[in-house]
Ligand binder design. Structure first.
Ligand SMILES: Nc1ncnc2c1ncn2[C@@H]1O[C@H](COP(=O)(O)OP(=O)(O)OP(=O)(O)O)[C@@H](O)[C@H]1O
Length: 732
């Protein structure tokens, strides 16, 4: 069977065309897509080589089984539901030996699969220096000329050369080639996952079994993978990154159990920026680990981990330890106040008199940064705790975790993971080169500190290099005033005719605002827009970080259950959160960066679902910043297969005319948003027209002025009177 045919089963050759066709009939809320893959280009035989027929491959040390590859349902449940062993027993499940040997693809076939799915893997660091090949006189001269031209880019590209390991062609290969625990594979297929997504195709073989994945690859002969790899992946929103890091984490634990380690030991640490995302990862992890005995736990204030206590602090060194840890502890306190929930995963709380609590049974811990740092923080008598058993540190939404707000906390956590075999994997839809540089630098520092041999750092980019959300429809709408946005949003909800304002928004959808105040104000404005008979104000909800934890999770549950139709929120829900059936996203306020746009609109069109719509409003205050959003939209449409001349959301003349934003302004925007929307008239959301508000303001001003004048007259009069009778008139 042709490998390209196999991988394209159910895929659409022209995603844009299909997305449009599908959007007419299908919405994300209609259910899962038959194929979650985003790209499948016909690469043909790009290198002019004929692909070898299967079975003709060189030195087959595996027997190829043609049916096996086409049998993607191979792991569908065989026993009737209820008869399977689903108990969460803690008995170690030994990975079964591979049942059938499967042939590995040769390098050329691997290359074709990678290219057709727009997958790019490069070694960022960890190549040993190649011996310089002997050059002829002419070659030497050419090289000199090139260097003189200052062609530094070429040199860099040579160093960061692409490579093409085994792709994951079907989930059945997880067991057959990489020896993944069968229970784990069954748990995955039980969720209806049939075809691996791009990020899964490229990352799972490498992370599960690098030697096997690279067996036929010659491009990385100078890379030592015997100690595994560090990895960073930039893959589109909703493309299944979560299971790409959960499967290797769970499988690694089960492998070591198979080697005789039977206790629950904290081996994997997953850090996510928000509580909503952390608890979603826990849910996903528990579904995958069902029946394997691996415990996936959410970090809570009351949870006691099997951490190593820091060194004892002698009284004279107290002052230093305090000052070292002061700032981190301060940071941690704020989060603690909101983390008052009961702890279902901890061991039963030990009676204080009965002695200290036993550490909870945890194999995989999922946490937000602050709460874990707080646990690790030094006390008056002991230094910081460490987590020496953690062998895998996973940063989900790594770019935001390694950006200003969280960076110091993440470094603290990273340092606490003292195991010399620690592997790092970083995941996001957007990883800037500055973030890559931070990761490289920290890995180098760590290697120096621990004197452990460093591991290669591998980068995966899905979609080649440009950040895009290709499988949804983007709309960029200009309104002359702030009120125009509200009117526009209402029109999207209740279009007069299907043609009057672009796409109608079928609930459920999410509306993003710049600040908490604006989210609340918009909620006040919109909550009566749904008729009482259809559920009324209960259909519209607002979620932001000023709400209590319990309120936040209640709203999440109601939105997931379909009870809430319009969820108004801030960027707190922009990243990672997976609402499979969200039909659309409205950027009521322009996102503060291209990355913020990608993450926000990526809440719709997940796992290849077609028909998602993203509407972004902008006013003249946003114009300086709209270019980066417009660029993402243009790139998304290009990646979706739009041809030159086809109508585009972003007019080229507009894109060309929009000003370039200065770096300084970009930075400000990223941290503060559009300044005028933070305070003053534009911070409020109202339907009152600008003319009416100006009139009201004038009236208010006149009243204030007259009050001031009256007060001044009174003060003058009492001062005159006081002077005449010589008595103190008291405080005014
Ligand atoms: N192979 C697959 N087939 C079908 N659905 C899948 C597959 N893998 C993952 N999914 C589903 O796709 C959805 C999105 O996955 P996930 O949340 O991991 O995306 P993500 O890449 O982490 O997105 P984000 O960048 O927004 O965090 C989830 O509902 C998940 O269950």
């Amino acid at each position: 069977m042709d490998i390209l045919k196999l991988l394209s089963r159910g895929t659409k050759p022209n995603p844009k065309k299909n997305a449009q066709a599908a959007s007419a009939t299908q919405l994300p809320s209609a259910g899962s897509a038959p194929n979650p893959q985003l790209y499948h280009d016909d690469v043909g035989d790009s290198r002019g080589k004929k692909r070898k027929r299967r079975g003709q491959a060189q030195g087959d040390d595996e027997v190829h089984d043609e049916d096996d590859l086409s049998d993607v349902d191979y792991f569908a449940p065989k026993a009737a539901p209820g008869t399977e062993s689903h108990s969460a027993s803690s008995a170690p499940a030994k990975p079964e030996p591979p049942k059938r040997k499967v042939k590995l693809l040769d390098e050329d076939e691997c290359r074709q699969v990678f290219r057709s799915h727009r997958l790019k893997l490069t070694v960022l660091s960890g190549r040993t220096e190649k011996e310089a090949p002997k050059l002829s006189k002419k070659a030497k001269k050419d090289k000199k000329d090139k260097a003189a031209e200052g062609d530094a880019k070429d040199k860099k590209d040579d160093k960061k050369q692409q490579f093409f390991p085994q792709p994951l062609n079907a989930f059945s290969e997880l067991r057959n080639i990489y020896g993944v625990n069968p229970e784990l594979v069954d748990n995955m297929t039980r969720q209806g996952f049939r075809v691996p997504t791009e990020v899964q195709i490229a990352s799972l073989p490498l992370l599960l079994h690098p030697e096997m994945a690279l067996k036929r690859t010659t491009d990385v002969a100078d890379v030592d993978i015997t100690r595994g790899i560090d990895f960073l992946a930039a893959a589109p929103t909703g493309s299944g990154k979560t299971i790409s890091f959960l499967i290797p984490a769970i499988d690694g634990i089960l492998r070591r159990r198979g080697e005789g380690f039977t206790d629950h030991v904290l081996e994997a640490l997953i850090v996510a920026p928000t509580r909503e995302l952390a608890s979603q990862i826990v849910n996903e992890g528990r579904k995958l680990a069902l029946g394997t005995g691996v415990r996936v736990v959410l970090m809570k204030k009351t949870l006691r981990l099997g951490a190593e206590e820091g060194e004892e602090i002698k009284p004279d060194s107290d002052a230093k330890a305090d000052s070292d840890n002061e700032s981190e502890a301060d940071d941690a306190v704020a989060e603690e106040s909101a983390e008052e929930d009961e702890e279902p995963d901890a061991e039963p709380a030990a009676d204080k008199e009965a002695g200290p609590k036993l550490p909870a049974k945890v194999d995989i811990l999922v946490t937000t940064p602050k709460i874990l740092l707080n646990f690790l923080a030094a006390t008056k008598t002991r230094g910081k705790k460490t987590l020496p058993t953690v062998r895998s540190l996973i940063l989900d939404e790594a770019d935001v975790l390694l950006d200003q707000i969280f960076q110091r906390q993440i470094m603290g956590i990273w340092r606490a993971c003292t195991n010399p075999d620690l592997s790092l994997t970083c995941w996001s839809a957007t990883i800037a080169s500055s973030v890559e540089a931070i990761i490289e630098q920290q890995l180098r520092k760590r290697a120096r500190r621990t004197a452990a041999p460093s591991r290669p750092l591998v980068r995966l980019v899905v979609g080649l290099k440009d950040t895009a959300v290709p499988n949804i429809t983007h709309k960029l709408i200009y309104t002359a005033s702030e009120q125009g946005k509200l009117l526009g949003l209402r029109q999207l909800l209740h279009p007069v005719s299907s043609a009057d304002s672009g796409p109608a928004l079928r609930p459920p959808f999410i509306v993003f605002t710049q600040t908490i105040e604006r989210a609340q104000a918009l909620h006040d404005e919109l909550k009566y827009d749904i008729p009482l008979e259809a559920g009324g104000s209960a259909r519209v909800a607002v979620l932001h970080s000023n709400l209590a934890d319990s309120a936040r999770s209640k709203i999440m549950t109601r939105f997931r259950a379909g009870e809430v139709w319009v969820l108004i929120t801030t960027d707190v829900l922009a990243r990672g959160v997976d609402f499979a059936g969200v039909n659309g996203v409205v950027n009521y306020d322009v996102p503060t960066s291209a990355a913020a746009y990608v993450h926000r609109v990526g809440r719709t069109g997940r796992a290849g679902r077609a028909g998602g719509v993203a509407v972004t409003y902008y006013t003249k205050d946003d114009i300086p910043f709209v270019k980066s959003v417009a660029n993402v939209i243009a790139m998304s449409e290009k990646q979706a297969g739009q041809k030159d001349g086809e109508a585009s959301t972003v007019q080229k003349w507009l894109l060309d005319a929009l000003p370039k934003v200065k770096k300084e302004d970009k930075r400000k925007l990223k941290t503060r948003g559009v300044e005028s929307r933070r305070t003053g008239g534009k911070a409020t959301i109202t339907t009152t027209s600008a003319w009416q508000r100006q009139k009201d303001n004038n009236k208010r001003g006149a009243i204030e002025g007259s009050k001031r004048r009256k007060k001044a007259e009174q003060q003058k009069a009492s001062a005159d009177g006081g002077a005449s009778d010589g008595e103190w008139g008291g405080l005014d």
